[in-house]
Ligand binder design. Structure first.
Ligand code: TPP
Ligand SMILES: C=C(O[C@H]1C=C[C@H](C(=O)CCC(=O)O)[C@@H](C(=O)O)[C@@H]1O)C(=O)O
Ligand code: MG
Length: 565
């Protein structure tokens, strides 16, 4: 089932590149810069949810894959990394373009193999096929991630390809796991977890970054059965779509910044699916209240930075929801708990939406605008730093099926352009919202759009530096701040956009913004819409909105009286 590859040019990788080019079922994309190539493959694999092959030659070409492999490891994206290498006799003897590629990516690769040199015998061809199937299966198996296959070749490197070789390869499948009676693992997880959920008076479901078809329907049905509100991260795929959003809370980041609300809305139990959400107020709240019983459902590992989870369930998220639903007895709850969450959420969202500036530029407003502008079926790729946090606060629930993607494994500002362009191969139209330093960091990733005629609309939020640092304590150190943290570049990005054959626009009003984005969505190709903002103004407007939300919530709680919620 692996049929796509991203290949970077090299000589030692000739056998791999020519075999893939000749293979009747493979599609491949050439990418000259291996760092961008790896992020491009990452974005494609993230969107396809299937392993993508990377091919490069030996030397620092292979080393350039590193950042994307780290991101793939932490965001659980399947990659099969094929690095060509010198044969053993040319290793560590001063031969050209020979670096130590053994376990090059360390523990960031789920599996590593240094292949035997090729031999044209049935046994060795069988070995190669088994290694290929094993690599694909290891990359795809939960938790998914990158695998590294190091492939030494001797000269001559040009292969003689006989079309007869394309016979079916090995297959790998997985049967449902049945726990033995002697298993170290707890018994029937669903029954054990359901018992805790049913006993709770104040339950919450927290959905972190997850991208699993069917999960939104399953978890919202579970929320209704349990009468538990769902705190939905923008990357949980619960913010947009046709599923029931009655219980979906989308403004919890702003709500939990309000002390009175945060202290009165503490749950008894939290059932969390996937990684921790982006919201730092949510993370600090869960970490602070150690009485909350936290149950983490994940497809493996122990992702709990609060260090307070009492129970880990390794399972497919949607399947576990269905198991819990199978146990759920209709137990109508008074509804006060979920009602107050929904009322406060509606209040917070209304204040945020209504108090958005109508004329001034404000970075958060881009997400409120995109929720209206994006057509059903679009993908929204969100850059790290402020864009992902603004998506959390200002991309509210809506009924259009819009898929939200980001590189939240290691939260890097590198490779974001390339990852978005890789995803654009899978989902069209695709819009990327990215900051100026992140855009600068991977501007040469735009070559992929020119080389492969890709379509993507890039909304470049240019506040001339690292806007997020203005929200942090470092901002108080006037002297060093701009030099060490703001790092303004003063770059005019339209030159770069034109270098890669893109269309560039810089709107001066929100009406022009809407017109340029709509035109880009219809025209296809590479379009960059640059919005120039001020970091200082951005901080002021965020804080003003947070204050206004807090004041309105305080009034709401006062009206409700002091009774505990
Ligand atoms: C590869 C990498 N280098 C540095 C950082 C630290 N970092 C996080 S956000 C940020 C600034 C991002 O600036 P920009 O892309 O303009 O977004 P803004 O903060 O302005 O929204 C930096 C340097 C990082 N996360 N990843
Ligand atoms: C720039 C880096 O990332 C840090 C940026 C902001 C985070 C933060 O504290 C945001 C506060 C908020 O959302 O209210 C910070 C964090 O998550 O602790 C990130 O580390 C960096 O280089 O780390
Ligand atoms: Mg910036």
């Amino acid at each position: 089932g692996v049929t796509e590859a991203v290949i970077s040019p090299g000589s030692r990788s000739t056998p791999l590149a020519m075999a893939i080019a000749a293979h009747p079922k493979f599609r491949f994309w050439m990418h000259i810069d291996e760092r961008s190539a790896a992020f491009f493959a990452l974005g494609m694999a993230k969107a396809k949810q299937r392993p993508i092959v990377l091919v490069c030659t030996s030397g620092t070409a292979a080393a350039n894959y590193w950042p994307a492999i780290v991101e793939a490891h932490y965001s659980r994206v399947p990659l099969v990394v094929l690095t060509a290498d010198r044969p053993h006799e040319l290793r560590d003897v001063g031969a050209p373009q020979a670096i130590d590629q053994l376990h090059l990516y360390g523990r960031y690769a789920k599996w590593f193999v240094d292949l035997a040199l090729p031999e044209e015998t049935d046994a060795m061809i069988g070995y190669a096929r088994t290694m290929a199937a094993r690599a694909a299966a290891m990359a795809a198996s939960a938790p998914a991630g990158p695998v590294h296959v190091n492939a030494p070749f001797r000269e001559p490197l040009v292969p003689e390809i006989d079309d007869g070789v394309w016979e079916s390869v090995r297959s790998v499948s997985k049967a449902p796991q049945v726990l033995s009676g002697r298993s170290m693992l707890a018994g029937d997880s669903a029954a054990m977890v359901y018992e805790q959920l049913a006993a709770a008076e104040r339950g919450l479901i927290v959905c972190g970054p997850l991208d699993q078809p069917g999960f939104a329907e399953a978890v919202t049905e579970l929320a209704r059965a349990l009468d538990f509100p769902i705190l939905a991260d923008p990357l949980s795929q619960l913010r947009a779509g046709s599923h029931d959003k009655t219980y979906v809370i989308d403004s919890y980041d702003a709500i939990l910044r309000q002390e009175a609300a945060a202290s009165r809305l503490v749950p008894d139990v939290v059932l969390r699916f996937g990684a921790m959400p982006v919201s730092k107020p949510l993370f600090l709240w869960l970490k602070q209240h150690r009485t909350i019983r936290q149950i983490v459902v994940d497809d493996g590992g122990f992702r709990d930075p609060t260090l307070a989870a009492s129970c880990f369930v390794h399972s497919d998220a949607a399947a576990f929801c269905r198991q819990l639903l199978g146990l759920a007895e209709p137990k109508p709850r008074a509804g006060a708990w979920s009602t107050v969450w929904r009322e406060i959420n509606a209040l917070a969202r209304t204040v945020l939406r209504e108090r958005l500036p109508s004329d001034e530029w404000f970075e958060g407003k881009v997400f409120a605008e995109l929720a209206e502008l994006l057509p059903p079926g679009a993908a929204l790729f969100v850059g790290n730093s402020m864009p992902i946090r603004d998506a959390d606060t200002f991309f509210w629930t809506n009924d259009k099926p819009i898929r939200l993607l980001a590189n939240r494994g290691a939260n890097g500002i590198d490779g974001v352009v390339s990852s978005a362009l890789g995803a654009s191969v899978v989902t069209d139209p695709l819009v990327l919202v990215i900051g100026d330093l992140s855009f600068y960091h991977d501007v040469n990733g735009l070559l992929a759009a020119a080389m492969h005629r890709l379509s993507a609309t890039i909304i470049l939020l240019n506040n001339n530096g690292g806007g997020i640092f203005s929200f942090l304590p470092q901002a108080r150190y006037e002297g060093a701040f701009e030099t060490l943290f703001g790092t303004p570049t003063g770059l005019s990005f339209h030159h770069a956009v034109h270098l890669y054959g893109g269309r560039y626009a810089q709107p001066h009003t929100w009406e022009e913004f809407r017109r340029h984005v709509s035109a880009a969505l219809h025209s296809g190709g590479l379009n960059v819409v640059e919005v120039r903002t001020s970091r200082a103004e951005n901080v002021r407007m965020h804080r003003q909105l947070w204050d206004e939300v807090s004041q309105e919530i305080a009034k709401f709680l006062e009206q409700r009286g002091t009774e505990s919620i």
